[in-house]
Design a protein around this ligand. Structure first.
Ligand SMILES: Cc1cc2nc3c(=O)[nH]c(=O)nc-3n(C[C@H](O)[C@H](O)[C@H](O)COP(=O)(O)OP(=O)(O)OC[C@H]3O[C@@H](n4cnc5c(N)ncnc54)[C@H](O)[C@@H]3O)c2cc1C
Length: 255
């Protein structure tokens, strides 16, 4: 199917972007790797697509005082290959390899993935595990939100109408493990786990990233057992819970 017709604008400054996304029926377009398929499937019909890929200052990766700040427009492919990300936030580089296929990784962006908040996506779980800070800009100025409070539910975040996610800041250091199970490499995960130090964050077992708490493997297993993952077309809730337990043991052993 083809997308319904829409108007298109490509602002060159944040101020211009805020004016455009404030219009009724406007929607932000970044890499288009989730939005365009959803338009083609007629799941949404925005009147105006505001292409933010021409905005200055949203494509940088900067290491500064114990954090790596990654602009919202940085693509999955850059995250996968960038030397600073690989050195300072290796979990994110490891996760990027699992996001879809190279063609999608070349266009899809960190900001698009975090803003979409797909429960099966890799980065939201990494952001919660790493205690990232999300930097959000709007007409009223900039605000910063901890990842743990940003993901509210199924495809739901703390972003308000008229706001743009401009960057995410990831603290450096500490040991991480990133694991996911898929039927084929590049598929969305059946179940995944982003573990950093004592933070074990699962994805695709709930409507948002699920932080499981516990100070021993037994405690973690007990907490995990209380979760009822939604079944999908191929896997029952019980299977997903079992697979999550397998990932938990693997991560615990390697941390
Ligand atoms: C076949 C296929 C397989 C895929 N597999 C995976 C996978 O395994 N794992 C995974 O995580 N993803 C997967 N994806 C999705 C992909 O990672 C997308 O790139 C990503 O979800 C969205 O990023 P984008 O830049 O393309 O955003 P877009 O598609 O342009 O936008 C997505 C949504 O976010 C909003 N948005 C975008 N940027 C911002 C911003 N800076 N501020 C505020 N709102 C914004 C848009 O308005 C839209 O609602 C897959 C996609 C396809 C087509």
């Amino acid at each position: 199917m083809k997308a319904p017709s829409f108007a298109y604008a490509k602002p060159r400054s944040l101020q211009e972007a805020f004016e455009l996304i404030g219009r009724p029926g406007a929607k932000i377009l970044a890499g288009g790797q989730s939005l365009i398929p959803s338009l083609n499937m007629r799941l949404s019909a925005p009147e105006l697509l505001v292409d933010i890929t021409g905005l200055p200052g949203l494509s940088e990766i900067v290491v500064d005082k114990g954090t790596v700040r990654i602009g919202a427009l940085v693509t999955h492919a850059r995250i996968e290959r960038n030397a600073d990300v690989r050195k300072h936030v290796p979990m994110l580089a490891a996760a990027a390899k699992h996001v879809a296929h190279p063609a999608i990784r070349n266009r899809g962006t960190l900001g698009g993935s975090l803003a979409l908040a797909d429960p099966a996506a890799e980065y939201p779980a990494c952001a919660v595990a790493l205690q990232a800070t999300l930097v959000i800009s709007g007409v009223k100025g900039e605000r910063r939100v901890k990842a743990e409070g940003f993901f509210k539910g199924l495809f739901e975040t703390d972003l308000k109408d008229g706001e743009i996610l401009v960057a995410a800041e990831f603290p450096t250091g500490g040991k991480s493990v990133f694991l996911e199970l898929t039927r084929r490499h590049g598929d969305y995960a059946i179940v995944g786990l982003a573990a950093h130090q004592d933070r074990f964050v699962f994805f695709n077992i709930g409507s948002a990233p699920v932080l499981v708490k516990g100070s021993s493997l037994t405690e973690l297993k007990t907490s995990l057992a209380r979760i009822e993952p939604p079944a999908d077309l191929y896997h029952t809730s019980k299977t997903k819970l079992h697979l999550a337990g397998v990932l938990l043991e693997r991560a615990w052993t390697s941390l």
